[in-house]
Design a binder for this molecule. Sequence first.
Ligand SMILES: *Cc1c(COP(=O)(O)O)cnc(C)c1O
Length: 418
Amino acid sequence: MISSNSPTSNSPIYLDHAATTRCDPKVVDAMLPYFTEMFGNAGSRNHQFGWQAEDGIEIAREHAAKLIGAQAKEVIFTSGSTESNNLAIKGAAEIYARAAAGQTGRGHIITAAHEHKAVLDPIRRLMREGFDATFIQPPADGVITAEMVKAALRPDTILVSIMWANNELGTINEVPQIGRLCHEKEVIFHTDATQWVGKMPTNVEADQIDLLSWSGHKMYGPKGVGGLYVRRRKPRVRLEALQDGGGQERGMRSGTQNVSGIVGFGKACELCFNEMESEGKRLLAMRDRLETELKKRIEVTVVNGHPTKRLPNISNISFGFVEGESLMMGVREIACSSGSACTSASLEPSYVLKSLGIGDDLAHSSLRLSLGRWTTEAEIDSAIVMIETAVNHLRRLSPLYDLHKEGVDLSKIVWQAH
Ligand SMILES: *Cc1c(COP(=O)(O)O)cnc(C)c1O
């Protein structure tokens, strides 16, 4: 029985589950036989080795489908959410471009400015190939509503891609309402549900989703395997394949299937289905305590994103009057993410935080803390103290914090350039 994420007692506290999760030992156990005794190619139709591999894949497909309220046939296995997003967006754009024929351009796509790069970059590529796109600017709380999508719709809109929950903020978009809107307007709707599936109940039928991406390694499964839900009726969604070959996965994803990975993905889906409700409650209680304590102990602490329309396991918090890089150094006993992304030489604030209108200073000094299956209360207690200590230490060195304490309104100061 594993009581903590830490492989050894002096390794950092793991609060970066939105980046990746440890594989559940039950997942590893389920996978192992498929590397050795049951090593067959699922495409080998003439012998037992092939049948065993195919059985393993089809059982996994049942578990994957059950987790999202789909039919097994509607699940395509991929290498993860990046591939699922690419296949969904480019594959749908290629097919449905024809529906927009006669209009100027190849068709219009709607997404949001704070989506994951694995959605934004495929859409940017499509724009270079003649498609048009609208990137909805999120409001300060980060939540994309059906009203915002409605306002962006055009007669030539062919595809809407809005993520279910944001990976940096944990904020939850109005996906069921957007699904209904898209079906009403007969526009294909894709959602990147990587952070959502496995943590929150999902039903693609009730919520009228056409395409949904999710990934094994974000939900206690292995890396390099994921799923794409492709609706088969009302409407029957078609996709242009991105790679050609043996015609596996209904022809949408050729290539010998990653049998052990898919089996592990299926097991991870089964475990999430069973454990998600109790796990969610447990994580929410710990996450709320983490935020409450940090806000109580440290002044000028801001929780970014909508206060309640958020996943139970992610917290994005900014601390005023500390410098981002020093903060990360100060909390190096916690494995977490920061609001700064190191791009080449410069330290760029996160484009997600910037899109919410959060200033560069607060974006730089933000931490994304994400909890998971083996996070303990003792770890949360330690993390609270470590962050409090680090922030206090940095503020003692900050002339700006001194001014703030003296009651100077820093926003009114005009800085003199030398
Ligand atoms: C992690 C993540 C991805 C990428 O998933 P991979 O399986 O690592 O390719 C895409 N979208 C979101 C929202 C993510 O959190």
